[in-house]
Design a binder for this molecule. Structure first.
Ligand SMILES: CC(C)(COP(=O)(O)OP(=O)(O)OC[C@H]1O[C@@H](n2cnc3c(N)ncnc32)[C@H](O)[C@@H]1OP(=O)(O)O)[C@@H](O)C(=O)NCCC(=O)NCCS
Length: 166
């Protein structure tokens, strides 16, 4: 079933937090920061600098994505956090959320989408997902998060290149 994508509202918060807390990739301290981003957005959806969208199937909330324009840049956007309910992963919900955000970014002439992630083995699935939806690894900052835990920066540029013209 195709998910419905829409902006997050206050009443979605408990379901989004449940998904975040049930995501083994996220440490409790990371969930705290994710909640701060959510509260900032819900407190001021227009002025916070964040956009948060959720995916629903029927009346069930099954995923969310937080993104926003990167401060002090022209047309660069950060995709900050995403999570899909564990039992719903692998059914196209993550792709639908990212594709919706990219559509909104393109509408305002965004030209670069950035995802920062960790090199830890726990994120191997996530890295495969990013590659699968068209992001390329642009840079690695060794030992950024901790010794042995590098920061990886994945990018997608808009308009996307037409493979027939390369
Ligand atoms: C990463 C995440 C958001 C992806 O969402 P999802 O709904 O499971 O992904 P989708 O089903 O939309 O997958 C999109 C594509 O990526 C591929 N993909 C997804 N997971 C994959 C995996 N583990 N290995 C290889 N490919 C994978 C799918 O096959 C699909 O490709 P296709 O459309 O060509 O078949 C989700 O798995 C998740 O919440 N993970 C835990 C939290 C996390 O890592 N968040 C992101 C960092 S903030």
């Amino acid at each position: 079933m195709k998910p419905q994508i829409r902006p997050m509202t206050q009443k979605d918060k408990p379901a989004v937090l449940r998904i975040l807390r049930d995501t083994p990739e996220f440490k409790p301290t990371e969930v705290v920061v994710a909640e701060e981003v959510i509260d900032s957005y819900l407190g001021d959806p227009v002025g916070s600098g964040y956009h948060i969208i959720v995916a629903g199937i029927g009346r069930r909330l099954v995923g969310y994505l937080a993104y926003g324009p990167t401060p002090l840049t022209e047309g660069t956007w950060d995709l900050y956090w995403a999570a899909v309910a564990r039992e719903e992963q692998g059914h196209g919900i993550g792709r639908a959320l990212f594709s919706h955000a990219e559509g909104e970014i393109k509408k305002v002439k965004g030209r670069l989408a950035v995802i920062e992630t960790s090199s830890k083995p726990e994120y191997a699935r996530t890295r495969r997902f990013h590659r699968r939806i068209g992001y390329s690894l642009a840079c690695r900052v060794k030992d950024f998060y901790a010794p042995g835990d590098d920061k990886l920066i994945f990018l997608k540029r808009f308009p996307e290149k037409d493979p027939d013209r390369e």
